[in-house]
Design a protein around this ligand. Structure first.
Ligand SMILES: [Zn+2]
Length: 381
């Protein structure tokens, strides 16, 4: 098997492994007037279009399409849809999120929640819990994005402003290919970058595409409908963030790039053994001291996943209500735990170093090649 076809098979598995049966839809949520109007407008404006496979456009080609000059960080945009608690029946905690922080959300120089969620707030718009970024389906094959378990035909929105660089079948190899594991997919090159590097987002397994290559889209603009094209076992949206180049190998954890719900936070962790070698696929249990709600999350598997240059993490779980938690993990016959606080709108960080246990100190050894961005500096497109 050639390297290309091998990787094709691997990514096939990597992408399809996340596919699950559609999750239960959240209890009926009432939209506010403006939100309802937006939702209806988004849906009623849908006009079926043919899929237009095309070649992957190079940066030069994209530049030739009159990409605007470097732009400043996008102005904060409101979450496209706002929800309110339904009154007739209680909603399970897991099926509700507060409105998101406006993007770009960067509470520290090290954070970059530049993207809004590609699914509106009246649907499930958070990752499938048991197949996050870095999740493993086969040894050495890890998940390069997150899977959002939406129903068929759910509007999919651009996570940020940018120009469409791919729309159709064939994203993985960059050539038209009806067997592409991503199925019908869109990629967007964003108008802003991070630390001098270009940012791309990817939307896979779509059922319909409503944009054309070269088209400029705004954050929250509908680009198509969710589907189950490509190598899937059920409908969902596969979402990726890519840094520097538009390919599978430079993905980053989308949970460090998507704005969190207001008042909620993110846990990032670096799990290693005594000598600092990362521990793959280590399960960690996170328990809310207030509610007792429990989350299970694994560290990244070994394979094509990339850590953030500052956090150097190998585990992330987003959408945790701010508050006090107990983090617990078993390791080599012992159990380790610590109490920690998840701060609203922030990344809270822990380090585990084998028998040295768990530390809640912030990252203390950023790589020498990492320089916090100057807040006055204009990100490069
Ligand atoms: Zn996926």
């Amino acid at each position: 098997m050639s390297r290309v076809s091998l990787w094709g098979s691997l990514v096939f598995v990597s992408i399809c492994a996340g596919c699950q049966l559609p999750a239960k839809t959240p209890a009926q949520l009432n939209l506010t007037g403006a939100a309802a109007t937006a939702s209806q407008a988004g849906i009623s404006s849908v006009v079926p279009t043919d899929v237009i496979p095309t070649k992957l456009m190079s940066d030069q080609e994209i530049t030739g399409l009159a990409v605007p000059d470097p732009v400043e960080l996008p102005s904060p945009v409101p979450d496209p849809l706002r929800i309110v608690f339904p009154t007739p029946a209680p909603v399970p905690v897991s099926a509700w999120r507060p409105p998101l922080y406006p993007t770009p959300w960067a509470p520290t120089p090290y954070d970059h929640f530049f993207f809004s969620r590609p699914i509106a707030a009246d649907e499930i718009n958070w990752p499938l819990a048991d197949y996050r970024y870095g999740g493993v389906f086969l040894p050495g094959v890890v998940h390069s994005g997150i899977d959002i378990p939406v129903r068929l035909g759910t509007p999919v929105m651009a996570a940020g402003p940018g120009r469409v660089t791919w729309a159709g079948y064939g994203l993985y190899r960059g050539v038209e290919d009806p067997t592409d594991p991503y199925g019908l997919a869109v990629s967007i090159k964003h108008d802003f970058g991070y630390q001098g590097e270009t940012l791309y987002t990817v939307y896979g397994h779509l059922g319909r595409i409503d944009v054309l290559p070269g088209q400029h889209v705004e954050a929250g603009e509908m680009i198509g409908l969710s589907g189950e094209t490509g190598k899937v076992t059920g409908p969902h949206l596969h979402f990726e963030v890519r840094v520097g180049r538009n390919n599978y190998f430079v993905s980053r954890n989308p949970e460090l790039w998507l704005a969190p719900p207001q008042g909620w936070g993110i846990l990032a962790a670096r799990l290693s053994n005594n000598t600092g070698e990362l521990i793959n696929s280590q399960q960690v249990t996170i328990i809310s001291k207030e509610t007792g709600q429990t989350w299970y999350v694994n560290s990244y598997g070994e394979g094509t996943v990339n850590s953030d240059p500052y956090y150097r993490e190998n585990l992330v779980i987003g959408d945790l209500p701010a508050g006090d938690y107990i983090v617990w993990l078993p390791y080599e016959g012992s159990t380790y735990n610590t109490e920690m606080r998840i701060n609203p709108g922030m990344v809270s960080f822990i380090t585990f170093r084998g028998k040295n246990g768990i530390s809640t100190a912030p990252p203390s050894d950023p790589q020498v090649d990492f320089t916090p961005p100057d807040s006055t500096q204009t990100p490069t497109p």
